[in-house]
Design a binder for this molecule. Sequence first.
Ligand code: ZN
Length: 103
Amino acid sequence: MSRVRHPSGRADTSLVGLAIVVPTPCPRCNGTAATLGVGRGQASIMCACGRHRGWVSHASYNFIAETVRLSGRPTEPIRIRAPARTAAALGAVAASQATAPCN
Ligand SMILES: [Zn+2]
């Protein structure tokens, strides 16, 4: 199920393809597994079935980017608590692994 596996060749950390978990099941496939996709200044939330699930706010994107930059890509999917539809408005992404920085 890992079709997106590009080694990061850019200086900027790319979060595209990063696994996340959304709180609400997909209306199409009823799944909660999703990945981050590209967007303008923010990341889109793409369901495993390819359905667009919403957007990650710029603040949340930066938060995830910072987490990945500091501790690498998480081995577990990042859980987003707010519904994908309102995640952009709330700007609240709960990254369980990021709540306790190593330093
Ligand atoms: Zn789906």
